[in-house]
Design a protein. Structure first.
Length: 133
């Protein structure tokens, strides 16, 4: 297990509410490139990592709420979307949402696409458009 020197850093770790932890772990690790921090952990709160990014997937009653949103800054929005589609990302639940169907340039200066996990939580993958943001 990884150790963080808490006295020297500030790190915010979002908690994502899950109904079925195994299903969420499969989605985050199988489609979105996260890795389990501790594959042997059997607790109702599991940490998943992607580089320096960390999320907690939780089935605890008091943790979070379904339908939250998290911004995820990435270097190449289009390549990431293509990679996730190749891994089985299914945007068909959001046919009327262009930002779920593929990356788009937003009027607020970000290129984005959205991924909604099995519990209705949204990850907004984004990067500034040519120096904006």
């Amino acid at each position: 297990m990884r150790t963080i020197a808490y006295a020297r850093c500030v790190k915010i770790v979002p908690v994502i509410k899950c109904r079925d932890l195994a299903r969420s772990i499969a989605f985050y690790t199988g489609v979105l490139d996260f890795e389990l921090e501790d594959p042997d952990d059997t607790s109702p709160v599991i940490n998943v990592l992607h580089g320096d990014a960390e999320l907690q997937l939780s089935t605890m009653d008091g943790d979070g709420m379904f339908g939250g949103a998290i911004n995820v800054h990435v270097d190449d929005v289009d390549a990431r979307f293509a990679k996730y589609l190749a891994r089985g990302l299914d945007p068909s639940r959001h046919v009327g949402s262009p930002v779920h169907q593929g990356p788009i340039d937003q009027t607020w200066g970000w290129r984005e696409f959205y991924v909604t996990d099995p519990d209705g939580n949204t990850l907004r993958f984004r990067r500034p458009i040519d120096g904006a943001g």
